[in-house]
Design a protein around this ligand. Sequence first.
Ligand code: NDP
Length: 249
Amino acid sequence: MQRRLDGRIALVTGASSGIGEATALALAEEGARVAIAARRRDRLEALAARLEALGAEPLLLAADLLDEREAQRVVAETEAHYGRLDILVNNAGVMYLEPVAEADLGRWRRMLELNVLSLIASTQAALAGMRARRDGHIVNVSSTAGRVANPNAAAYSATKFGVVAFSEALRREVYQDNIRVSVIEPGVVATELREHIGHADTKDALNAWADSMRQLQSRDVAEVIAFCVSRPAHVNINEVLMRPTDQER
Ligand code: NDP
């Protein structure tokens, strides 16, 4: 039976857990072959075994994407391995929340570099091949924090507003090359993301807020990404804002 992504090649960054892991699986279930990138090799190996079982012929790319050359390398290796890259899912990200007055600028610099600059670097690396083939889809994972700015999330929001702005400008630069750009803006998703918040009060408050609602699951977001990238070539879903039903802001 023909599947919607049969023959398509995808690269998912931040695939070792959460939304990225679920997205790699969802794309594989639709027939795509999938390259997976992140730092934690053991987690990627476990995912690769599941992808293999789905026939996705996974390419495991252990990489610290904080280094923009690594962001470029994972794209180049995907193209070299499969012959091209059709779908780039820029999902790798961190969320360091703390009040501006107390912020550790080094930590915020790393967040800006991963959430924004690394995403730009992998996108740039993918464009040449997509342009040459006049085919490609870039999916950038932003957040409701890319639409609504909250206290203690100033720099995280700056990165995610940045991803929304970058995605729209990019779309307008490449739509005539038949390259699609989608930005996904999920609300609260039950993942490991909040575990890395260093500011105890902010972490506690956010966890309590998340626990007060039926959170999105990674699979909910992955299904939306799989839907976006499996539309016919003339359909570009530019932006998806999605929240748990119980989430107000
Ligand atoms: P996870 O923490 O589960 O996933 C984050 C992923 O990013 C992991 O695979 C991690 O892999 C990878 N990553 C982090 N740092 C690096 C690095 N330096 N180099 C390479 N990979 C890295 O959280 P989520 O699944 O929730 O996050 C995925 C995306 O979704 C992020 O961009 C996040 O901002 C966004 N998002 C999440 C929401 C939520 O509520 N959870 C809501 C809205 C958006 P590893 O550590 O192995 O490197």
